[in-house]
Design a protein around this ligand. Structure first.
Ligand code: ZN
Ligand code: ZN
Length: 311
């Protein structure tokens, strides 16, 4: 399977880094919010999240990728419907082309906590394109053929060689992680896990380790500095639903993950900070491996827009 990063920024896009009162260099890691493209060996195509990275991806898919209205299929999976994970959808060209076959998957959301009334995924997305918010309503996106509401834990895709399973994560309103398992010739499996927008509590870290178990590649939210970090900027925001490199490395080492790629980069932080963070994470990976007997050092790097991984 091939995995491409079309957007790695969290919370809000950061296109240039230029501001009225200065500049934060932002070009190395990219400014688009979350969007990941996955091609299976079975020929299937999948997108994880519809942050602003989906705009450029959609232009390529419509022009060169065959999404020109002749029945091509694609699954778009949402981790959740916070704005940074859906704000690119109204600009996703293949979704406007009649004859494309794009299915969207996500959890129905609880509208009123007291009453427990759920809003369907379709209604939830319709709100973003209500005429007060955007000129083109969801109804004119003729390439969207189906909205699939599911509960975390459900398998959302299965072919002879590829399965996509889901799991729930701790985040305000909840979020979903996705685990892709691909059967290779000779019987070995390759596993890719997408785990963004989660804040592991001690009680659920064990479950997260199980969801990451043995993965070849885990793409995980590490927006903030770890609790107690000596770095005084980008401090950990308790209860905001995000993680950090130290927590992720501890879980990835336990889970025997081969490579951990950190994502959902904090919008206010630029390239210099993220380059330094990557070095600190590599040092931490070594320390953690030494502390846990029998475990290997996890390879760790930061997600960069435009980078591909092949498993
Ligand atoms: Zn987010
Ligand atoms: Zn979120």
């Amino acid at each position: 399977m091939k995995i491409g990063i079309a957007g790695a920024r969290g919370s809000l896009p950061t296109p240039s880094g230029k501001t009225l009162f200065g500049k934060v260099e932002n070009t190395e890691f990219g400014g688009n919010t979350t969007c990941i493209y996955v091609q299976g060996d079975d020929g299937s195509e999948h997108i994880l999240d519809a942050g602003t990275g989906i705009r450029d991806l959609g232009v390529s898919l419509a022009r060169e990728g065959g999404f020109n209205g002749k029945g091509k299929q694609l699954q778009l999976y949402l981790s959740h419907t916070h704005w940074d994970h859906i704000q690119g959808l109204p600009f996703f060209v293949p979704a406007y082309i009649l004859g494309n076959n794009i299915e969207i998957f996500g959890e129905a959301k609880v509208k009123n906590v007291k009453e427990g009334t759920k809003v369907s995924l379709e209604d939830n997305l319709r709100g973003q394109q209500d005429f007060r918010n955007f000129p083109a309503p969801l109804e004119v996106m003729k390439g969207l053929t189906r909205f699939n509401d599911f509960t975390a834990g459900t398998r959302v895709y299965q072919s002879e060689t590829l399965t996509v399973d889901t799991f729930g994560q701790n985040h305000p309103g909840g979020s979903v992680g996705y685990r892709f398992t691909e059967k290779k010739k000779g019987g070995a499996n390759k596993v890719f896990v997408f785990s963004t927008d989660f804040e592991p509590k001690e009680a659920d870290a064990i479950q997260m380790v199980a969801h990451w178990e043995g993965a070849d590649l885990v793409l995980a939210d590490a927006q903030y500095e770890p609790k107690g970090s000596l770095i005084k900027e980008n401090t950990f925001m308790e209860g905001w639903g995000h993680s950090d490199y130290r927590t992720n490395l501890a879980m990835a080492t336990q889970a025997e993950v081969k490579k951990l790629v950190l994502t959902h980069h904090e919008p206010k932080m630029g390239d210099a900070y993220h380059r330094a963070l990557e070095l600190r994470a590599a040092t931490e990976a070594e320390k953690i491996a030494e502390m846990i007997p029998g475990k290997e050092r996890v390879k760790v790097e930061l997600a960069r827009e435009g980078r591909w991984y092949t498993l």
